[in-house]
Write a protein that binds this ligand. Structure first.
Ligand code: SF4
Length: 364
């Protein structure tokens, strides 16, 4: 039955194919597309572009460097595993841990809080990354109360402002909007983007979901419409998760934020509100933050000119759909999941990682 529906969707997409550029902004979408070779089973005219949907990929190098500097200064850094492998200016958190600094992998903010409670003489910093999906649980933890020796280095990002920026200088026809993020924010925040003429379809993560999303974007374009449609109603509604959003904005406020490989995007990040600044690692460890920035200002390193990327790494182009991983001279040569040069090769959600895992063995 499912196979039948999939086949019908593939036929529908291919029979109506005209040159289209559809972007997704979700690492899990890239995983599904690469794993099920969706680019290979639909018409070449319908291009599926990967945007900045991998949270560790867009975490700015400055935040990684600050986390490493905190560890070097005797603080305990707690972080998700993926984040530990992403290269900073000179090394990753994982490299710093190999040098003997106290950097611990956690699965949630609650693990980090437990470490703080169990070790009252140590100062614990949780590296908080991710989009609208992960920030509410961090907000809830701060509202429940955390020990005094705990702080958070917040590097959260908001997706709609990044999508809006991408419509300005990327030649796009429409978006598959991220299912996970949309469970929290709902479909409304995409309205201003669709009103500019970009069809948007909130899409789930099965191959069938992705095919349906593509067909629905295609249908909007064929019928001269651009609106927000929901192809993932089993998890997403118009207003999103109101409780999660309430928690989020009780603790955080929107702020301008730097995206690795892209640069500063207005109102695209989250900062702790004044009432919670005693848990903001930048405030708590302001001396270390200032020292690091003074040091950086006096040095010229090899990543600053490309928004935190190494000279030959083209993650900036990949995150903005101006290039594909196979166009990078390092892809599968000097850069692989075992030895990532850039952030897009680290995480299960990274575009280079997924192309390497699912496409490289096909000579791509
Ligand atoms: S293959 Fe590696 S170096 Fe090239 S763009 Fe991807 S992450 Fe960067």
């Amino acid at each position: 039955m499912m196979e039948n529906i999939e086949q019908k969707l593939i036929s529908r997409i291919n029979e109506n194919a005209t040159p289209l550029r559809i972007m997704h902004v979700c690492g899990t979408h890239e995983r599904t597309i690469s794993k099920y070779a969706i680019r290979d089973i639909i018409s070449e005219d319908v291009q599926l572009l990967s945007g900045p949907g991998c949270p560790v990929c867009v975490t700015p190098v400055e935040d990684i460097d600050f986390a490493i500097e905190l560890a070097r200064s005797g603080k305990v850094i707690t972080s998700f595993g993926d984040m530990m492998r992403v290269p900073g200016t000179t090394e990753s958190l994982f490299d710093a841990r190999s040098d003997g600094y106290d950097i611990r992998m956690v699965y949630s903010i609650d693990d980090a809080i437990k470490i703080a409670k169990d070790n009252p003489t140590l100062e614990i910093v949780f590296f908080g990354i991710g989009f609208e999906t992960t920030a509410p649980s961090n907000a809830a933890a701060l509202l429940r109360g955390v020990p005094e020796n705990f702080s958070i280095l917040t590097s959260h990002k908001l997706m709609p402002p990044a999508m809006e920026i991408l419509t300005r200088d990327t030649n796009l026809d429409g978006f598959l909007a991220p299912g996970h993020v949309s469970t929290i924010i709902g479909t409304e925040p995409y309205d201003p983007i669709s009103e500019k003429g970009f069809p948007i379809v909130v899409t789930g993560f099965e191959a069938l979901d992705v095919l349906l999303g593509i067909a629905m974007v295609q249908n909007q374009l064929e019928t001269g419409r651009s609106c927000v449609e929901n192809a993932y109603p089993r998890c997403v509604n118009v207003e999103g998760n109101l409780k999660a959003r309430e928690l989020l904005y009780e603790v955080f406020k929107k702020t301008d934020s730097k995206w690795r490989g892209i640069g500063m995007i207005e109102n695209s990040g989250l900062a702790l509100k004044k009432e919670f600044e005693q848990f903001d690692a930048v405030n708590v460890h302001a001396d270390i933050y200032k020292r690091l920035h003074e040091k950086k200002a006096s040095e010229s390193d090899n990543v600053d000119g490309k928004n935190g990327l190494y000279e030959e790494c083209i993650c900036a182009e990949i995150l903005t759909a101006r290039a594909q991983p196979s166009q990078c001279p390092l892809f599968g040569r000097r850069c692989s999941p075992e030895a990532p040069v850039g952030p897009c090769m680290v995480s299960l959600e990274g575009t280079c990682y997924n192309w390497y895992k699912y496409r490289h063995n096909k000579g791509i």
